[in-house]
Ligand binder design. Structure first.
Ligand code: ATP
Ligand code: MG
Length: 464
């Protein structure tokens, strides 16, 4: 192992003999540092790029828990293993709540700490890998990611175009933007990217889902109200339009906006002047509207449920996010990213994804788009028993039409079919009903195919 890959460990304990013994034990495998007082400890933490702190919680004059808190606040990436005295479970619990990764009780065997470190090391490696993966396929910078509190991953030409359009929209901070796309395609991500990349970024991004607010309250939510203007209006209150002064108002599910309110929203959007409910004083406010819908809004216009003039106002710029099934190139990077993310979150280092999963997922419809893929990854990681995610961990039926079948030769088709049947049987532990569900065919059809291809109904034959 090269030195740069060695993890850096600091042992902070007031017993010199203990830190010396431990650091000489670590010598070959890790880059170890010792500190016997808090001052030295802080200095080393500051100067060296420490990955792991082994911390005695009983230090003279100061509580190790305070050090733990300080480290987690200032350098949250450092993992901490705390050492406590036997029987001091209260401290251990407090330490774990403060973000300690693991704990050991004195006296312990070196092998125990070795195991704890190996676990931490795997975890750190996993985090590094996740970061690299993110950097490779992420379309946004780290700072933007922190601001939007979401990631934006993609490699397909379609998503690159969407991203380009979002960047353009960010450069025109006064143009309203309409984002369309099926549920879970990432409309809110794009809205946040637009806001936080624009010159409005230091002011409010306010997300409003009009279908979640009762119609009677909506007007006062948008325009604010004057104290006493209706029962319950106990104070003067700013509405969304005012709160978003110099910022962005994100109107999610715009198609559900009550028809009565649409004319008022249109006027406010055109004039950039509003009046609070129960008041007469006009208030100037400068906002940009980014709206989103997964409905066919043109149809709503035809059915007279949505005002055409408002639609024209809102879609100065229009961004359409294609469904995931139409940009299958994004499936692999998204799955890799989310499996990595959940493996890190649930502390399951080293999870691998079986290669055939990507092909199967490319044939899946993904009605819930990226949100569905994300949930699938989370579920698979939680339920994963051995270290590999197999077909059985992804309960998807193949729903897409296979347009390319005619171009594949028969031998290939046959061998692929055999391979898929074997894999399905294997991942379902040879339960035919489960395997047929996985393959999206009836159990009878599966049995017919097994006979045709001479596939054994029992486990083990193909492993002989
Ligand atoms: N390109 C992407 N990279 C990473 N994560 C994504 C991407 N697109 C969407 N997601 C994630 O998928 C989930 C759904 O995204 P989002 O809420 O933006 O979808 P939406 O289009 O607004 O859905 P809805 O119509 O149901 O409101 C979120 O957790 C989001 O972070
Ligand atoms: Mg949304």
């Amino acid at each position: 192992m090269e030195n740069k890959d060695k993890i850096k460990i600091l042992i902070l304990d007031d017993e010199k003999q203990f830190t010396e013994e431990l650091s000489s034990f670590f010598e070959d495998d890790y880059e170890a540092y010792e500190a016997n007082n808090v001052g030295d400890g802080r200095r080393i933490l500051h100067e060296k790029n420490i990955d792991l702190l082994i911390l005695d919680v009983r230090l003279p004059g100061i509580s190790g828990l305070d050090i733990l808190k300080e480290v987690k606040e200032q350098k949250p990436a450092i993992e901490v293993i705390v050492i406590s005295a036997h029987g001091d479970m209260d401290t251990v619990i407090k330490a774990m709540r403060l973000g300690a990764f693991d704990y050991l009780r004195k006296p312990f065997r070196f092998i125990d700490i070795q195991i704890a470190i190996e676990r931490t090391q795997k975890y750190l490696q996993m985090q590094r890998k996740l970061k690299q993966m993110e950097e490779k396929n992420s379309l946004i910078s780290k700072t933007l990611e922190e601001k939007i509190e979401r990631q934006f991953i993609g490699v397909s030409p379609q998503i690159l175009k969407v991203f380009q359009q979002a960047k353009t929209a960010a450069q025109y901070p006064d143009a309203n933007v309409l984002i369309t796309g099926e549920s879970g395609t990432g409309k809110e991500n794009i809205a946040r990217i637009i806001h936080y990349s624009s010159q409005r970024k230091d002011n409010m991004f306010c997300a409003v889902n009009s279908s979640a607010i009762t119609e009677t309250l909506l007007e006062s939510e948008f325009f604010g109200h004057k104290k006493g203007s209706f029962t319950g209006a106990v104070n003067d209150k700013m509405g969304f339009f005012e709160v978003c002064n110099n910022g962005t108002l994100f109107l999610d599910e715009i198609a559900d906006m009550p028809f009565n309110l649409q004319a008022k929203i249109l006027r406010a959007t055109e004039e950039k002047v509003i009046t609070r409910v129960g008041d007469t004083v006009p208030i100037k406010t400068d906002f940009r509207i980014v709206s989103a819908t997964n409905h066919d809004i043109e149809k709503q216009v035809e059915e007279k449920k949505f005002r055409l003039d408002l639609l024209h106002r809102l879609n100065t710029l229009h961004i359409h996010i294609p469904p995931l099934r139409e940009r299958t190139a994004d499936i692999k990077p998204l799955l890799d990213y989310y499996v990595g993310l959940y493996a890190t979150r649930f502390n399951k280092p080293g999870i691998k994804i079986s290669e055939d999963i990507y092909d199967i997922l490319k044939t899946y419809d993904f009605p819930g788009n990226v949100r569905e893929l994300k949930n699938m990854a989370e579920r698979a990681v939680i339920l994963c028993q051995d270290n590999t995610l197999n077909l059985g961990d992804f309960p998807v039926k193949q729903t897409k039409n296979k347009e390319h079948v005619s171009s594949i030769d028969k031998v290939n088709l046959k061998s692929n079919e055999i391979k898929m049947i074997l894999e399905a049987l294997h991942s379902c532990n040879y339960n035919q009903t489960a395997a047929s569900n996985l393959l999206g065919i009836s159990r009878d059809a599966l049995i017919r195919k097994m006979k045709k291809y001479n596939i054994s109904a029992f486990k083990g034959k193909e492993n002989d």
